[in-house]
Write a protein that binds this ligand. Structure first.
Ligand SMILES: Nc1ncnc2c1ncn2[C@@H]1O[C@H](COP(=O)(O)OP(=O)(O)OP(=O)(O)O)[C@@H](O)[C@H]1O
Ligand SMILES: [Mg+2]
Length: 509
């Protein structure tokens, strides 16, 4: 083991947290079939596995949200049982879930001290004391924003910091993070890493769940891999490689991630001319039939806004959008854009993309009424067929097409939104971060489906923050900088450095 791999880790002391042979089922779904995890104080321990492997369920068990059907939890070597989240919290175990539990309509201060005994005088909450204590916690994390702000107005990284501060306010010694960086940019991720490293130095035991393996290799000391509700292996990060981890995760050796490109037609499908929005400034470009066009750039450069305007989800301030020779009228809304053949898979899929209470098949059918109806009647058989196809194509892990989407793992919920839009076979498919939160095995599958769709004539326009993905997946890449298109390059053989220099506005093509 290299010196860095043992950073703050205390060897020879009892593990801060152990989960031993944990079993958990939900009406017939064996989510955990005997999982074992052991985390030392002062260690950052990655928990890895494909979508639906059971990572979030394990976290919910060790934090008292779910009672295990069998197995034992130990804290500092002693057996414990948690009746609820509060009990686990009292024992120093806190999780930040995939879906951050920030209360957007209350202040930062209240969010940081949520669930704690609030400072009060004569029964009235002492606002100043509250803000001071919240501030102290945030300063510990090097965060210096106003605690009076509404939490909902903070940037994603600030919201993450508020959630971490809240965990620390109650003296967490075991901190579990379930995909904390999924919606953060590179610089913001660095900020979170710095905080996590200093907590490690303080002896906090950290469990880190992520699908971004480069991150795991940079940050973590050890890793545990889960597959189908079981633990496969635990190893030192320094003693393994990303390739080895991928093949252990998926249970086979990974083939090539990106499919082959095919010849793009010269026929134009989309013309965007002089488009303006809040951030988007004078954007013009042309996309072709069957082309996969990537959009890169820093967060805030206008990428997502551009997609929303194209999809009719946001109004523009001038400019024209032409699909297949037809101009889409201004402010015509999502329905008109859909009718013209433009569909969007949004970035915030949980809130914007699916009905969590409805089944997989209803979610897919609702988006594809015409495909499942005959003479105005919805056909049950067609609904089921469409759902089954989506489930197979995207490897959606679920009991049946009738299972409510809310019961699926985070990554599988994302796949339902993709399946819904892929089934529409739109003329122009807009995708915002199509593989965020998706495991490596399925990523390859999504790239293949995007290629297949393009081969049938769909124009795919995808925003991505990952340069290798843009280069591997696309035919051509547009890079945005401060609302404008700074670069337009063929993807094949595109150079990282060049793309970055466009993104930072240091050069233009
Ligand atoms: N409340 C529930 N009801 C029914 N099934 C559930 C419930 N919660 C989880 N499951 C099932 O348990 C399995 C494991 O899900 P879990 O959320 O733990 O996966 P995960 O490893 O966190 O995946 P991801 O990377 O996609 O977040 C899945 O098959 C999921 O559908
Ligand atoms: Mg999960």
């Amino acid at each position: 083991m290299s010196a860095s791999a043992v950073a703050g880790m205390s060897v020879g002391v009892a593990p801060a947290l152990e989960a031993i042979d944990i079993v958990k089922s939900f009406d017939g779904v064996h989510a955990l079939k005997g999982v074992t995890l052991s985390v030392q104080p002062g260690e950052i321990h990655a928990l890895l596995g494909e979508n639906g492997a059971g990572k979030s369920t394990l976290i919910k068990v060790v934090t008292g949200l779910y009672a295990p059907d069998a197995g034992q939890i130990r804290r500092n070597g002693e057996g414990v049982e948690f009746a609820n989240v509060r009990a686990a919290h009292k024992a120093g175990i806190v999780a930040l879930y995939q879906e951050l539990s920030i209360v957007p309509t209350t202040s930062v201060a209240e969010n940081v001290l949520l669930g704690e005994q609030l400072p009060s005088r004569a029964g009235i909450v002492d606002g100043r004391a509250l803000r001071r204590r919240a501030r102290e916690q945030l300063l510990r994390l090097n965060q210096n924003f106003s605690t009076r702000k509404l939490a909902g107005d903070l940037s994603p990284v600030q919201q993450t910091m508020v959630a971490v501060a809240r965990a620390l306010a109650t003296d967490a010694r075991v901190l579990i993070l379930d995909e904390p960086t999924a919606s953060l940019t590179d610089t913001e991720i660095r900020e979170v890493f710095t905080v996590l490293r200093s907590l490690r130095e303080e002896g906090v035991a950290i469990v880190y769940v992520s699908h971004r393996l480069e991150e795991v290799f940079e940050l973590c000391d050890r890793l545990t891999i889960m597959r189908n509700g079981e633990t496969i292996t635990t190893s030192n990060v320094a003693d393994t490689t990303i390739d080895e981890v991928i093949s252990t995760m998926v249970g086979r050796s990974a083939g090539s991630l990106y499919p082959e490109r095919h010849e793009t037609s010269t026929e134009v499908s989309l013309v965007v001319d002089g488009l303006n929005g809040r951030r988007v400034k004078n954007v013009s470009f042309t996309a072709h039939v069957g082309e996969v066009l990537g959009i890169g750039g820093l967060a805030g450069s206008g990428r997502s806004e551009l997609l929303r305007i194209l999809a009719g989800a946001q109004g523009s301030k001038g400019g024209t959008i032409t699909v297949d020779g037809q101009v889409i009228p201004h402010r015509s809304g999502v329905a008109r854009a859909l009718a013209a053949g433009v569909a969007l898979v949004p970035e915030e899929r949980r809130s914007q993309g699916v009905l969590l209470g409805s089944s997989i098949q209803d979610n897919i059918a609702l988006a594809n009424i015409s495909a499942v109806s005959r003479l105005g009647w919805m056909s049950g058989g067609r609904i089921a067929d469409l759902a089954k196809r989506g489930m197979t194509d995207l490897q959606i892990k679920a009991r049946s097409p009738r299972q409510p989407v809310g019961e699926l793992s985070g990554g599988n919920q994302q796949k339902v939104v993709l399946a819904k839009m892929l089934a529409r076979q739109p003329k122009v498919l807009l995708m915002d971060e199509p593989t965020r939160g998706i495991d490596v095995g399925t990523k390859a599958e999504i790239y293949r489906l995007i290629r297949e769709l393009a081969a049938t004539g769909t124009t795919v326009i995808a925003v991505s923050s990952e340069l290798p993905e843009l280069i591997g997946m696309c035919d051509r890449i547009l890079i945005m900088h401060e609302g404008s298109i700074a670069g337009d390059v063929p993807a094949e053989g595109a150079d990282d450095e060049l793309l970055l220099s466009y993104a930072y506005g240091r050069s233009t093509s």
